[in-house]
Design a protein around this ligand. Sequence first.
Ligand code: C2E
Ligand code: CA
Ligand code: CA
Length: 648
Amino acid sequence: MKEHRFASDLIARVQALRRDHRAVQDESAVESMRRIFITFWFFAPFELALAIWYWNYQLPENPPEAQLWAHSLFLLHAITAATTLLLVAVVYRVLHRPNLSTRTAIALQVLMCFTYLMYGVAVSYFDVAVGGTEAFILVCFAVSGLSLMRPLVSLALFSVTFVAVWQMLLLSDENGRQLAIMRLNTLAAVILAVIVSVIIFHQYAKGLLLRRELEVLASQDALTLLPNRRELVDRLKKALNFTARLGSSGALLFIDLDQFKNINDTRGHNVGDMLLKEVAQRLVASVREVDTVARLGGDEFIVMLENLGDDLDSAARQAEVVSEKILKKISQPYFLAATEHHSTASIGVALFSPTEHSVDELMKQADVAMYQAKDAGRNTVRFYDAQMQAKLLERAAMEDDLREAIEQGQFVLHYQPQVDSAGVVLGAEVLVRWLHPRRGLVAPGQFIPLAEETGLIGDLGKWVLVTACGQLSRWAIQPSLSPLSLSVNVSSHQFRQTDFVDQVTRILSDTGADPQRLKLELTESIMVRDVDQVIAKMNALKGQGISFSLDDFGTGYSSLSYLKRLPMDQLKIDQGFVQDILIDPNDAAIARMVIALADSMQLSVIAEGVETQAQCDFLARLGCHSYQGYLFGRPVPVAEFEALVIQA
Ligand code: C2E
Ligand code: CA
Ligand code: CA
């Protein structure tokens, strides 16, 4: 398997070299034609001038050969002038054509070279003086040498000239010594011309190859040597055209390494790079030769599978098989810098069929599916499907709506009573509701998570705090309502804002609310990061008189040692444990434990979600003395809540 791959690699390389050489030849044909053409700009007028000069030449009477000589020279220069002018005109026109073919360029180049060569031969016949011949021949060879990139053509031109000149010299009537010198000159000229030609060719080819190399680099990822994003987009475009024409489907696999950042952070970028290279190799080894493996950047790779047949279901199965194979390969151990590493990947698959699809759309689909794979717990494959996309679109629309809602103040607070064991209302938890212009009253479960993800919770939470504090200060002047306190939910994201303490302080002073009446409900997720910072903030707020309740207690996985350090005032038994407290002994045990814990830490405790008297009695026997739940009242608008308190 390995040997086979090596051999085919080699063949591919040789083919690439050949292609390069051809490309060099093709490009050079035009370029060398252009260069020879430039010399014609000088050659043509020069010949015209010579022809005119010989036309006006004062012919001597004797000897008669002199007349013949002058006539012949006029004819030679006149014919050459006419030919070169014609060629200048033709080449000039051809060069300005938009798509000049290689063949035309070569043909014209050969014609120009041939003109030079014949001219050299002819002149050498007439001007046999030592030192005159080789000058021409040198020019001819040097110029025709520019076409060396077509070795056979050049060789033919060389041979014709060489033989012709040699024969010319035989015809001449010089004595033996002079003849030998002339032949030596000719030979020297040939050698010089070859050297000049080779240098020209070499320089030129080098430049061209360099340019091609740069082109390759621009389409290649420097680290893994895989095609980069640009190249991938090109290939994907081609694949989509191909699919549309031939009706065969394909798949795009979006591969993202799981927790790659960890390796980079803990082991350094060097090891990270090594891992990426190894992953690249494993990906290439997992697919067919014809498939494309590309790196988008970072730890993101794309595999493009083409020609998966015309049945989309079968294409999906093939894509799944390949994906599973990739997952397996990637999850095998890595030996990097003498240590063993483990890595997994999440793969999102988007299928493409002859219908529709743009490159952007397809990439986005694969990306979306990849995120689904991440959500599903990583090291897994997910296919893009339209339903999922609809959900995402809905989410995006909701996000826009939410932004607008915050600007326009489309929220209201509902108040749910919190009571003591005698049923006396101590206060309320404020629960936000969204009065959506089209959807009606939306429950927080449908928008709080989104607000948290998008960061909108900051503004929303602030509004809740301002409204609750405003309410507290209004109650402060009504004797029947002034003892009430309010619990406000603060999400971890909001609490982590650097200016949270300042924010609350300002709200308290702006509204004039009594901090003693304000309780903030935090969840265990607050302890995930920077516990020291959290404690500092809580202490700062407690210093002002605010108290804290730990919401949904028991549902998180917070360590008790951390919990002990938090300056809490109250634990809130989650409604999940209250619901089945009478039937599920585990729930009862947890409730009992929370109450015992609160006792030992000298915290108060409240149970939420109390719906029946039996639940309430059971909790009371365990030692719980505050309650919240439908049994005592549902969350209601403030007026209703006030009525409830005043009636009692
Ligand atoms: P939570 O803090 O645990 O609030 C208690 C939820 O339980 C409320 O749902 C309340 O209506 C419901 N509930 C109260 N008594 C009972 C009962 O006896 N039986 C049952 N089945 N349910 C009961 P809601 O109002 O839909 O709020 C859901 C969650 O939304 C809250 O859970 C809280 O996490 C979040 N939330 C609500 N308002 C805000 C807010 O202003 N800021 C933030 N950050 N989160 C909020
Ligand atoms: Ca709460
Ligand atoms: Ca709760």
